[in-house]
Design a protein around this ligand. Structure first.
Ligand code: LUZ
Ligand code: MOS
Length: 752
């Protein structure tokens, strides 16, 4: 089935927040943010700014009637700074004007004097000073201390990954409207309606029932709008509270990049131990997460780093520790993979290190250590229906890995200034929010008495095609044509207490809630059909293709007539479905449990060519066997997979978030921050579906697909390293991502 948004997107008719027609009297809000990363605010003078024609009012933290906080997990982040600023880009004032030009002119006239305090941007330095955002976490299995003592080989080192700018095509934004009484409606570009609703309500000192949040769709989120959308909504709502007029708060790209957090950079110390048969016996890692200046989602992100610290490998002795470090950067946040990719990069670095030190092909060491059914993760979950070896073997066979290895070797023998590199990247990603409570969803379905159907869920459409999947789920469960069904906007008055659309789990959770609502409706409609047909048993009555079947035989009763008769008989044609993932649990006091409904597997083979004079490179190809389960929509899932791979390659190769020592973002625009474009995507991208094996806890057996493919991009880093070492085996290439052309070039020619 084609994505239901496809026609709207290509004709420009799809509505985003900024396309909403302006309400009469709308005002525009602009944020004045801190120019320095850490300091005490001595003077903040907006008297000249307030006199700019068109400026209506300028708000400071003193104008907040309720709780000055936008933090989710920990309430540690003010909406508007009070006497200290903790990162450059932190909001200090909100300027509200009749138009954007007036607001922007006013920003330039605001005067601040801030006494500087020491700025920390490096997580190791923060850790050394005891600056943590929350408690550290520790996962342990077996006994690494005694295991290392028996290992034939032990290697230790350091690795680090950089940040990543979300660069959703649509920036953040919110548009708030005063309603009757003390109610406010907010249109928000958010993945997480509940957090927006709660933040706005508590900021204004009201209950959540005073705030309605509505989301039509997003132009991308990637995690950046999971929690951080609340800030923009709270700004708009604060102005509405005081001015009783509609207020729109949408940043320009550079403001968005400067004020919002990104993927958490990580530093890591690792130790890996092997026995004489090249089995990884022990793995130990300490992760220093760069959390930025406030907790945001970092406490949950560090948890997922631990869950994925051993990637797809079966290791008996494991000890993993995370520290969430407080630095003076904008609070870092969720980004596709949510700490998982960072953890997976670290163990891949350790394996690369060990294999090269032992003079063996890296992929042989990886293959030798893939986990199998019955393996117990460090967090206690036992692996079931493992597809790690199958994906690897199928990739090796389908794409003729041996031939590729030989071809790459002979290319490298024949060429001096160009070298090829090859890397395999197996993945294993846990599906479910790691916070068990969040694994629930609801859906509201109305059958109108003309037979048309309206579906509301907690799912946010952000380009990932979730609405198409919801429609497929409803059409399948009701047995009616898809064009009878309409997906509504996501709205807190129809579906309450939503978990964010995140963790790759949105279709699983909301789809199951849709199915549950449909089940209730079908039971009622079958009861009506039984009476109309005079048949014995409800359960023998079904609807397929809009026709009612009794005992498998088509009757002349059609959907529309059945619905109308049901209504005449005063049967309830609306239903609310609720779903909570069964079987999952996790005990944080023991750091053990069964947190994931299932895991997603796959293997990627990445080939690159490096120009060893210039340091430039191309990704020749990425070939993947991916475990989609039994895909409900192969076109959408393939798109997710391809997009994820390219985004992962960007993170690992060219995307470099740079702050200077004063904590100012230097990569603050598209001229200084490069993401993959059409010229830098892999020349070939070949994704094959592992033979369908439905998973019982996935929506119709179709496995979650949003995040896992991003981690194939890690293969590009190691392939580039492989190529560079083929040119100069002594090249100095620390395990430090991204592998930019600069780093390749400097590494190739550095003297040991
Ligand atoms: N968000 C979240 C996530 O709040 N919890 C998670 O476990 C998660 N995992 C992936 C992406 N976003
Ligand atoms: Mo996410 S990183 O699934 O918002």
């Amino acid at each position: 089935m084609v994505n239901i948004d496809a026609a709207g997107h290509v004709t420009g008719r799809s509505l985003y927040l900024d396309d909403l027609p302006l309400l009469e009297g709308t005002l525009f809000a602009k944020i004045y943010d801190s120019p320095v990363a850490h300091g005490t605010v001595r003077r903040l003078d907006w008297s000249a700014a307030a006199r700019v024609p068109g400026v209506v009012r300028i708000f400071s933290c003193k104008d907040i009637p309720g709780h000055n906080n936008i933090g989710g997990i920990i309430p540690d982040e003010p909406l508007l700074a009070e006497d200290t600023v903790i990162f450059a880009g932190q909001p200090l004032l909100l300027v509200v004007a009749e138009n954007e030009d007036a607001a922007e002119a006013a920003l330039k006239l605001i005067v601040t004097e801030i006494d500087p305090l020491p700025v920390i941007t490096n997580p190791r330095e923060a850790y050394a000073q005891g600056l943590l955002l929350c408690g550290s976490r520790h996962f342990e299995k077996g006994s690494v201390a005694s295991a290392f003592a028996t290992c034939a080989h032990v290697f230790e080192g350091r690795a680090e990954t950089g940040g990543q700018e979300h660069l959703y095509l649509e920036t953040h934004g919110a548009y708030a409207q005063p309603l009757e009484g003390d109610r406010i409606r907010v249109w928000s570009s958010t993945q997480g309606l509940r957090h927006v609703q709660e933040t706005v309500a508590h900021l204004l000192g009201r209950g959540m029932h005073s705030v309605e949040v509505d989301v039509t769709r997003l132009g991308g989120g990637f995690g950046g709008k999971e929690d951080q959308a609340a800030m923009w909504a709270a700004m708009a709502a604060l102005a509405v509270y005081h001015l009783h007029r509609p207020v729109k708060c949408v940043p320009h790209r550079m403001e968005d990049m400067r004020m919002s957090g990104k993927r958490n950079p990580y530093h890591c110390d690792y130790r890996i131990g092997l026995d004489a048969d090249d089995r990884i016996v022990a793995f130990e890692a300490t992760y220093y997460q760069n959390g930025g200046a406030a907790a945001d989602l970092s406490p949950a992100i560090q948890e997922r780093t631990l869950f994925h610290g051993t990637n797809t490998y079966g290791i008996e002795h494991v000890s993993l520790t995370t520290h969430s470090c407080r630095t003076n950067l904008p609070p870092n946040t969720a980004f596709r993979g949510f700490g998982g990719p960072q953890g997976m990069f670290m163990i891949e670095a350790a394996i690369d290190h060990a294999a090269r030190a032992l003079g063996m092909p890296v992929c042989d060491l990886q293959r030798r250590n893939l986990m199998t059914d019955g393996y117990e993760f460090s967090y206690g979950q036992v692996v079931q229906r493992c597809r790690a070896e199958r994906c690897w073997e199928e990739a090796a066979e389908t794409f003729r890995l041996e031939t590729t290895r030989e071809r790459v070797a002979s290319f490298n023998e024949a060429n001096t200034w160009q070298k090829k590199g090859l890397a395999l990247m197996p993945i294993c990603f846990g599906i479910s929010f790691t916070n068990t409570m969040m694994n629930q969803a609801r859906a509201l379905i109305h059958i109108y008495w003309d037979g048309s159907v309206s579906v509301s869920t907690g799912a946010v459409e952000m380009g990932q095609g979730v609405n198409t999947k919801m429609l497929q789920a409803a059409a399948g469960a009701l047995g009616i044509a898809r064009n009878r069904i309409r997906l509504e906007s996501t709205n807190t008055t129809r579906v309450a207490n939503t978990s964010p659309s995140a963790a790759s789990a949105t279709a699983d959770l909301n789809g199951r809630a849709v199915e549950e609502a449909c089940r209730q409706l079908m039971a009622r409609l079958r009861g009506v059909a039984r009476i109309l047909l005079g048949e014995g048993d409800d359960s023998e009555i079904s609807i397929r293709e809009e026709r009612v079947y009794a005992n498998g035989i088509a009757t002349d009763l059609l959907w529309e007539a059945l619905v109308r008769d049901a209504f005449m008989k005063r049967v309830n044609l609306s239903a609310k479905g609720h779903y909570a993932t069964p079987e999952i649990h996790f005990d944080k006091t023991k750091e053990k449990g069964h947190p994931f409904a299932y895991h997603v597997y796959g293997t990627a083979i990445t080939e690159v060519t490096v120009d060893c004079l210039r340091g430039t490179y191309v990704v020749d190809g990425v070939q993947v066997v991916h475990d989609f389960g039994s895909s409900i929509n192969p076109l959408i899932d393939l798109g997710q997979c391809e997009g994820g791979i390219v985004q992962g390659i960007g993170w690992m190769t060219m995307e470099e978030v740079v702050y200077n020592e004063q904590g100012r973002l230097l990569s603050n625009a598209l001229s200084t921050y490069k993401i993959p474009d059409i010229y830098s995507v892999p020349r070939t991208l070949d994704v094959r579906f592992l033979a369908p094996e439905p998973d019982p806890l996935a929506i119709q057996g179709s496995k979650a697909v949003g995040e896992p493919p991003l981690m194939y991009g890690i293969g590009a880093y190691f392939a580039l390293r492989d190529a560079a070492l083929a040119f100069n085996p002594k090249a100095v290439l620390p395990y430090s991502a991204p592998m930019t052309p600069e780093k390749v070039l400097m590494g190739l020619y550095q003297k040991q």
